[in-house]
Design a protein around this ligand. Structure first.
Ligand code: PRP
Length: 182
């Protein structure tokens, strides 16, 4: 096993646990959408790694599209105002849409995205998130598939960053506080 990054205090979800859970989620999605085509919409950038692995565990036909969003100003997590930096390349009307997120925190990003996507009249609209932060949601989001519940700590790895770093760690770990303390 590889040594953990020196900026990470401890690993909360190992690479093997992620692999196994992603396979389970893929199997459930394959069953639920059997015989149908599903459009996975990954929310950049954090969900890029998850969607790459998840899509390969789905046996029903899959199409991929991507959105990039950002909040106005610096109060990213509290304003609830989301700006679309990159929109979908194609329309979603009448399609089975599954939004792929790396982490559900306050729920504000997904609340905005789901409302925006629903207005485009997909046939179905659901969410798969790898992680969901316990007790943090300010708005209730109905996630059809959740990989893991995680504590309210600064988690990085497998797509999740701090200042654009650590996305490539193969596990989910908790960042040492001294790394992000001023
Ligand atoms: C993260 C994550 C979600 C959002 C969740 O994205 O990927 O999109 O925050 O937070 P919320 O539930 O409080 O809205 P981030 O803004 O860190 O961008 P990134 O994916 O590019 O890292």
């Amino acid at each position: 096993m590889e040594p953990i990054h020196s900026d990470v205090s401890h690993v909360i979800i190992t690479e093997a646990e992620i692999r196994s859970r992603v396979a389970e989620l893929g199997a459930r999605i394959s069953e639920d959408y059997a015989g149908e085509s599903v459009l996975l919409i990954a929310v950049l950038r954090g969900a890029a790694l998850f969607v790459a692995d998840l899509s390969r565990q789905i046996s029903t036909p899959v199409e991929l599209d991507f959105m990039a969003v950002s909040s106005y100003g610096s109060s990213t997590k509290s304003s609830g105002v989301v700006r679309i930096l990159k929109d979908l390349d194609e329309g979603i009307e009448g399609r089975h849409v599954l939004v792929v997120e790396d982490i559900l925190d306050t729920g504000l990003t997904l609340k905005y995205l789901l409302k925006n996507l629903a207005s485009r009249k997909p046939k179905t609209l659901d969410v798969v998130t790898l992680l969901s932060k316990q007790g943090k949601q300010r708005v209730p989001i109905d996630c059809k598939y959740v990989g893991f519940e995680v504590p309210d700590e600064f988690v990085v790895g497998y797509g999740l960053d701090y200042d654009e770093r650590y996305r490539n760690l193969p596990y989910i770990g908790v960042l040492k506080p001294e790394v992000y303390a001023d």
